[in-house]
Ligand binder design. Structure first.
Ligand SMILES: Cc1ncc(COP(=O)(O)O)c(C=O)c1O
Length: 295
């Protein structure tokens, strides 16, 4: 029996393609540095591990679709540290950033709609787009200029009547590039001019190794209703396995879309480790890691 056309059209994960070479090298006694997976090389903070160890309940019950309010309230103060003004209602807790990307696609894009993504990009943007029936159009960035944002004309060349969204990853995976204020304004102007969604994946917010300011899509004035922020605790607290992320938007219609509402079932862990998503920006170990790398 054949598998679905959708499954057949999924590109092979580039990470998997490389994994076998890494395994062979390891067997040959070579030390392999895994740059292929976003697993931070820092320890998970002890508070999070303690919260998991000390978790006790009599019933592992469903949590609310939008995520527990206690967690969303703590996240509001975390974002306030970055000058991002939110209310708990504007945050939806998801199963990692991955589910937030999927929900963003499902709520903002119709099958056949196009989304512009800078290339190279996080490989799963493409796979999730195929699941959502959307089409990815790439705008190439170049190592020769440090992967800075291509000029507006390069984006405009890709814009068609089917274009519904631009997706940026800031700071970028895999290039590490942090968009400047001027570049973020360029994106804002495009989004405004063509009335597009701006899906902004900012899961690497704490991994900035220069003194340049971090400009979130949520800082951009005039496109508040267009912005959908993707976030996750995976990287900043080195908690990839806990599967807690968030989809954040001021756009009520997106938040309340049926693609999200009834499907979202966050894990019990979301509240267990919610103590971590307080006003603390990131764990001490990560702060030290950042100092070492920025020297
Ligand atoms: C840029 C980017 N966004 C989102 C994700 C998904 O993260 P999560 O583990 O929270 O699903 C990753 C994971 O590697 C990533 O690199």
């Amino acid at each position: 029996m054949e598998i679905s056309l959708r499954a057949q059209s999924m590109p092979e994960s580039p990470i998997r393609k490389l994994a076998k070479y890494a395994d062979e090298a390891k067997l040959a006694g070579i030390h392999v540095y895994h740059l292929n997976i976003g697993q931070p090389d820092i320890k998970t903070p002890p508070q999070a591990l303690d919260a998991v160890k000390n978790f006790s309940t009599e019933i592992l019950e469903y949590s609310p679709s939008q995520g527990l309010k206690s967690l969303r309230t703590k996240m509001v103060s975390y974002y306030a540290n970055y000058g991002i003004d939110l209310s708990p209602d504007e945050i939806i807790i998801t199963a990692g950033g991955s589910e937030a990307i999927m929900f963003a696609y499902m709520s903002c894009l119709n099958p056949g709609d196009e989304i512009i993504v800078t290339d190279p990009s996080y490989a799963n943007y493409m796979a999730f787009a195929i699941s959502a029936g959307a089409v990815v159009k790439s705008v190439k960035t170049d190592i020769k200029n440090g992967f800075k944002l291509p000029p507006v004309e390069e984006f405009e060349k890709q814009i068609t009547p089917k274009t519904r969204a631009i997706l940026i990853c800031n700071p970028n995976n895999p290039t590490g590039y942090l968009y400047t204020k001027q570049e973020m304004r360029q994106i804002r102007d495009l989004v405004k001019k063509y009335d597009l969604y701006l899906i902004s994946d900012e899961v690497y917010r704490e991994f900035i190794y220069t003194k340049s300011p971090y400009i979130s899509a949520c800082h951009l004035e005039g496109i508040e209703e267009n912005v959908v922020l993707v976030d996750s605790v995976s990287k900043r607290y080195s908690e990839c396995g806990i599967r807690i992320g968030a989809l954040i938007t001021k756009n009520k219609a997106v938040r309340e879309s049926k693609s999200i509402c009834k499907r979202c079932m966050t894990s019990i862990w979301a509240d267990v480790i919610s103590s971590l998503t307080s006003s603390t920006r990131f764990p001490v170990s990560l702060r030290r890691h950042r100092q070492v790398l920025s020297m």
